[in-house]
Design a protein around this ligand. Structure first.
Ligand code: NAD
Ligand code: DAU
Length: 355
C-alpha cells in the first residue's frame, strides 16, 4: 500500500483529494495541516475514522516537525496543497502568503529531499513531490488566447507572486538536486466544502440569507471554472503518470464572466429555494479589487493528450450540484458560519498550553 503525505488536506481542494484517495483507492494518507481559518476537519468527517487516514496538526514552516512527520510516516509521495489561497487577503495582509507559500514550500522541499535521500534505490526512483499551483502565475489574458505550460510568468497579486515563487523553488529543486517533482497549475475550482469567502459559496450563502451579492467592478472579469472533484481526479493522474520535471495545466474549458456566474447561481436558487426569488435583485456592484486580473483561461490540451484526463462535469451540472450541496449540508454550513468549525483548534491549543 502506498502512503501519500498531503499538505493542506483540511482545505477545500485538499479535502477533496483526501476523500478521493481514501474512498476510491487503497492508498494511505497523512494529512499535514496547520488548520488556519481555511482548514476545516469537518470536511473530512466521512474519512477521519478510516485506518488509512492520519492527521498531523503541523505548520509546513516548522522544519523540526516536518522531519518528525517524514521519519514517522515514511511517505511514498507528497502532494503539496497547503497555502494561503485568497487573493483579497493577500492584498490586505501579504505576510502570511510570503511565509506559508514561499518559506513553507522551501521548508517542505528540504524535509522531503532529506527523506528522499534516505530511501533505498527502488523507493527513491518512484518517489514523487507533486506541487499544486494556480493559473494566476501566468498573469492576465486579453480577449483571446489561453494559458499554456510554456508561457512566461507574470504574477500580479501578492498571492500569485508567492505561488509563482513556490513554483520556481520546486523547479529549481528538480533542476539542481534531481528531486523528482511534478507541478500542476489549475484554474478556479468550485464545489462542496468551499470556504464562503470565495465568489461562488459566498454568493450562494448570501443569496439564501437575503444578503447583498457583491460584484467587484463591472462583473466582466472572466474566470475558467473547474469542479473540484475533476481537479482531484486530474491530480491523482498527474501524481501516478505525470512526467518528472513537467508542468500540467488543468482547466475546465468553462469561461464565464463573474456576472454570468452570479446570475446562474440566482437562477438555480430561484428554482430550488423560491423564498426570496428573484435572487438577482440582491446583486450589488462594489469597488473593484486592486490590480484585478481581467481574464484567465487554461489550455488543458497537454493533460488531455498525454494523460487522457477530461473533466466529468460541465459548468451547469457542477454548479447545480454545488448549490444543492450548500442547501442540504446544514451541519457543515452552520459550523463554518458560526465559527464552530475552529473548535478542534481552540480545544487542542488550550489543552497543549495547559499541559
Ligand atoms: P484553502 O485555503 O481552502 O486551504 C488551504 C489549506 O492549507 C487549509 O487547510 C489550511 O489550514 C492549510 N494551511 C495554510 N497554511 C498552512 C501552513 N503554514 N502549514 C500547514 N497547512 C497550512 O485552499 P484551496 O483552495 O484548497 O487551495 C489548495 C491549493 O491549490 C493551494 O496551493 C492553492 O494555491 C491551489 N489552487 C487553488 C485553486 C482554487 O480555485 N481554490 C485553484 C488553483 C490552485
Ligand atoms: O485561478 C485560480 C485561483 O482562483 C486560485 O489560485 C485561488 O486560490 C482562488 O481563490 C481563485 O482566485 P480568484 O481571485 O479568482 O477567486 P475568488 O473567488 O476570490 O474571485 C473570483 C472572481 O470573482 C474574481 O474575479 C473576483 C470576483 N469576486 C470575488 C469575490 C469574493 C467578486 O466579484 N465578488 C466577491 O465578493
Amino acid at each position: 500500500m502506498k502512503k501519500i503525505l498531503v499538505t493542506g488536506g483540511a482545505g477545500f481542494i485538499g479535502s477533496a483529494v483526501v476523500r478521493q484517495f481514501i474512498n476510491d483507492t487503497d492508498y494511505a494518507v497523512v494529512n499535514v495541516d496547520k488548520l488556519t481559518y481555511a482548514g476545516n476537519l469537518q470536511s473530512l468527517a466521512s474519512v477521519s475514522n478510516n485506518p488509512r487516514y492520519h492527521f498531523e496538526h503541523v505548520d509546513i514552516c516548522d522544519a523540526a516537525e516536518l522531519v518528525r512527520v517524514f521519519r514517522e510516516h515514511q511517505p511514498d509521495a507528497v502532494m503539496h496543497l497547503a497555502a494561503e489561497s485568497h487573493v483579497d487577503r493577500s492584498i490586505s495582509g501579504p505576510a502570511a502568503f510570503i511565509q506559508t507559500n514561499i518559506v513553507g514550500t522551501y521548508t517542505l522541499l528540504e524535509a522531503a529531499r532529506n527523506h528522499w535521500n534516505g530511501l533505498d534505490a527502488k523507493r527513491k526512483s518512484t518517489f514523487r513531490f507533486h506541487h499544486i499551483s494556480t493559473d494566476e502565475v501566468y498573469g492576465s489574458l486579453g480577449e483571446t488566447g489561453f494559458f499554456t505550460e510554456d508561457m512566461p510568468y507574470e504574477p500580479n497579486s501578492p498571492y500569485s507572486a508567492s505561488k509563482a515563487s513556490s513554483d520556481h523553488l520546486v523547479r529549481a529543486w528538480h533542476h539542481t538536486y534531481g528531486f523528482p517533482v511534478v507541478t500542476t497549475n489549475c484554474s478556479n475550482n468550485y464545489g462542496p466544502y468551499h470556504f464562503p469567502e470565495k465568489l461562488i459559496p459566498l454568493v450562494i450563502l448570501n443569496a439564501v440569507s437575503g444578503n447583498p451579492l457583491p460584484i467587484y467592478g463591472k462583473g466582466d472579469n472572466i474566470r475558467d471554472w473547474l469542479y473540484v472533484d475533476d481537479h482531484a481526479r486530474a491530480l491523482r493522474l498527474v501524481l501516478e503518470r505525470g512526467k518528472l520535471g513537467e508542468t500540467y495545466n488543468i482547466g475546465g474549458w468553462n469561461e464565464k464572466t463573474n456576472l454570468q456566474v452570479v446570475q446562474a447561481i440566482c437562477s438555480i436558487l430561484d428554482e430550488l429555494h423560491p423564498q426570496g426569488a428573484p435572487h438577482n435583485k440582491l446583486i450589488t456592484y462594489v469597488t473593484d479589487r486592486p490590480g484585478h486580473d481581467q481574464r484567465y483561461a487554461i489550455d488543458a490540451n497537454k493533460i488531455a493528450r498525454d494523460l487522457g484526463w477530461k473533466p466529468q462535469e460541465n459548468f451547469e451540472s457542477g454548479l447545480r450540484k454545488t448549490v444543492e450541496w450548500y442547501l442540504t449540508n446544514d451541519v457543515w454550513v452552520q459550523g463554518v458560519t458560526s465559527g464552530e468549525y475552529q473548535h478542534w483548534v481552540q480545544t487542542n491549543y488550550t489543552n497543549r498550553s495547559a499541559a
